[in-house]
Design a protein around this ligand. Structure first.
Ligand SMILES: Nc1ncnc2c1ncn2[C@@H]1O[C@H](COP(=O)(O)OP(=O)(O)O)[C@@H](O)[C@H]1O
Ligand SMILES: [Mg+2]
Length: 367
């Protein structure tokens, strides 16, 4: 069992607050990813969990036992870093067994654990090699193997794929997903890469400036971002944003007049909302399409197109100069400088208030 409970966790360095009151639950066997821009406090939060930093205030519990003041070695957690930190003079096998040998684990048990880790990570043929005789990906697998032999309650990963080239990063990402299923382990994984977060996580924790912006499954966050930050952070190409004001409010809908000129009737409601309020409408690239007659139309001027083969990203600007990206079929493209009419499908629009918080859809709000 491994259930982690974090309550009102705060951490400052030299009077500078970095972690600003975080509440979080990690459930047994969950793959939780902390994602956020560089410097937002991801590594610090992970190091607080590992016990490598002292907390300023707040509590950390593992399976109901308070571990806030417990030394790292006694927390039953294993951390894998971006830099592999292998012992250069030891073979792969020795790197794997070192911690167990040091703890006085019986020899046959050490062998069993090392063999099992080597099997899972396909390191068998490499056990006699030294780290310098390995590729970056193989070294990272050894570092993960060192964590596996310790059979920790929770695996902690801090950007473990950052030093790998793009192809190897994708491959190792898949291996980590498989490893999580095979070990049925609890894992906490830190990354600034939203694709890693989306593909690996059961639960994504979006961090920004030492606070949690939103917690949820990848698709919950993708389809129902709670605020502009999460909406803009998850998804490539990014969600497009159009500024406007509320020009009409009905029981279960509101009319938004965009700076770009278009009026959109949206099934959104919020008792706080009134005519004249500033709002931002969000729409994802895959939800923009050329308009048909009768559609709610937005006039844009085509900028460059990027043709990826499978898809084309058409970059466009509204008449008020706001950039948007439209994702279309790979065999199509827009012409630079041409005027296009796009369909603003209200079913796919997100709406945010002046503070950047989402305004819920009418049905969601009533629920
Ligand atoms: N030991 C430290 N002393 C002082 N400031 C630190 C220390 N560790 C981290 N910080 C600061 O805390 C902030 C968050 O750092 P970090 O958790 O490493 O961010 P992330 O991993 O999200 O990129 C940064 O501004 C960093 O400079
Ligand atoms: Mg970091």
């Amino acid at each position: 069992m491994a259930n982690l409970t974090i309550r009102n966790l705060q951490k400052g360095f030299d009077g500078h607050q970095i972690i600003k009151g975080i509440d979080l639950d990690v459930k047994d066997r969950e793959f939780v990813v902390f994602v956020g821009p560089s410097g937002c406090g991801k590594s610090t939060l992970l190091r607080l969990i590992a016990g490598l930093e002292d907390v300023t205030s707040g509590s950390i519990e593992l399976d109901g036992r308070e571990i806030t003041q417990v030394t790292p070695a006694k927390r039953d957690l294993a951390m894998v870093f971006q830099t592999y930190a292998l012992y250069p003079h030891m073979t792969v096998g020795k790197n794997l067994s070192f911690a167990l040998d040091l703890a006085g684990t019986p020899k046959d048990e050490v062998k069993k654990k090392v063999d099992e880790a080597a099997r899972i990570l396909e390191l068998g043929p490499l056990l006699e090699r030294k780290p310098k005789q390995l590729s970056g990906g193989q070294r990272q697998r050894v570092a993960i193997g060192r964590a596996i032999v310790r059979n920790p309650k929770i695996f902690l990963f801090d950007e473990p794929l950052s030093n790998l080239d793009a192809a190897l990063r994708v491959q190792t990402r898949l291996e980590l997903s498989r490893l999580h299923k095979e070990l049925q382990a609890t894992m906490i994984y830190v990354t600034h890469d939203q694709v890693e977060a989306m593909t690996l996580a059961d639960k994504v924790v979006v961090l920004n400036g030492g606070r949690v912006e939103q917690v949820g499954s990848p698709l919950e966050l993708y389809h129902h971002p709670a605020n502009l930050f999460v909406a803009g952070f998850l998804g490539t190409p990014k969600m497009g944003f159009l500024k406007g004001i509320i020009s009409g409010v009905e029981a279960s809908a509101c009319e938004v007049t965009l700076d770009a000129g278009t009026k959109v009737l949206l099934p959104f409601t919020n008792a706080q909302q009134s005519v004249g309020d500033s709002v931002t409408l969000g729409i994802r690239p895959e939800h923009l399409e050329l308009a048909n007659e009768g559609d709610c139309q937005l006039t844009v001027i085509a900028d460059v197109s990027e043709r990826l083969g499978s898809d084309t990203y058409c970059h466009v600007r509204t008449t008020s100069g706001e950039p948007l990206t439209m994702r279309i079929r790979g065999d199509l493209a827009s012409q630079y400088g041409e005027t296009l009419k796009l369909h603003l499908n209200s079913a796919h629009c997100h709406l945010f208030d002046a503070q950047g918080q989402v305004i819920r859809r009418a049905l969601q709000a009533a629920a």
